[in-house]
Design a protein around this ligand. Structure first.
Ligand SMILES: CC(C)(COP(=O)(O)OP(=O)(O)OC[C@H]1O[C@@H](n2cnc3c(N)ncnc32)[C@H](O)[C@@H]1OP(=O)(O)O)[C@@H](O)C(=O)NCCC(=O)NCCS
Length: 209
């Protein structure tokens, strides 16, 4: 009898990936969804890409990327949201990450929920981040009842703060801060802060209708 070799096991399978009743958010072109084992090599390629990670302290190793996914699985279980996997419908099974996350800061820094994104460079310039971020805001305000959503980046990351402005967020002129997880003296230490209150978001929704 011929021996059929077993397929290789994924290096890491977060527990919730076994749950078939996972949440998804669908937009015109995207699906924001919980993480699957098959995503791990795809997101590791994006998290390890120096171009995609040029505004981060350094690209992630494969192990760091797996740990990043494990944190999202845990956040989804605890908060009901995370930085979700982003699928381009009918085009690509994983183009990046986008979603909501508690910033994990300690006072006196402002604690809160932020909206964030990271897409593979091949998928920039198509409006995907803006489309996905609008859906994440809607989920945060309507489903999770958040009163405010924050976002942060470095001034040099114009593509990112342009997404913030396109989704209706406003820069807090007094809000610049030193990011606690960036080493002192590093050029990416200083961050700018954008915010959007639920009241302003509701006003914008009425205006857009
Ligand atoms: C931040 C990031 C997601 C922004 O990507 P982006 O492609 O500039 O943003 P969007 O997906 O919203 O696309 C907007 C662009 O697509 C264009 N576009 C093309 N087709 C479009 C469509 N159908 N609908 C809307 N916009 C469209 C827009 O005109 C805009 O181009 P412009 O900036 O030249 O005016 C991307 O640069 C990235 O992943 N960077 C690396 C990770 C990172 O820095 N993350 C943020 C950390 S704080």
């Amino acid at each position: 009898m011929q021996h059929t070799p077993k397929p290789p096991r994924p290096t890491f399978v977060p527990p919730k990936m076994c749950n078939s009743r996972t949440m998804t958010i669908e937009t015109g072109r995207l699906i924001l969804r919980e993480w699957r084992a098959a995503d791990l090599p795809l997101i590791a390629a994006i998290n390890g890409d120096p171009v995609a990670m040029r505004h981060f302290v350094q690209p992630m190793t494969h192990a760091e990327s797996d740990a990043f996914v494990a944190r999202q699985v845990q956040r989804q279980a605890e908060d009901g949201f995370c930085m979700w996997a982003v699928e381009a419908k009918g085009a690509a099974p994983l183009i990046g990450v986008l979603g909501l996350a508690r910033n994990g800061f300690e006072p006196p820094l402002e604690t809160g929920v932020e909206v964030g994104w990271r897409l593979a460079p091949a998928h920039w310039g198509k409006g995907y981040a803006t489309e996905g971020a609008k859906a994440a805001l809607k989920f945060g305000f309507e489903q999770k009842g958040l009163d405010e959503i924050l976002s942060m980046t470095v001034l040099a990351n114009k593509p990112s703060w342009r997404v913030m402005e396109r989704i209706g967020m406003t820069r807090d002129a007094e809000g610049d801060f030193d990011h606690p997880r960036v080493p002192d003296g590093h050029p990416l230490k200083r961050h700018i802060l954008y915010r959007l209150t639920r009241a302003d978001w509701l006003r914008q929704q009425r205006y857009e209708q």
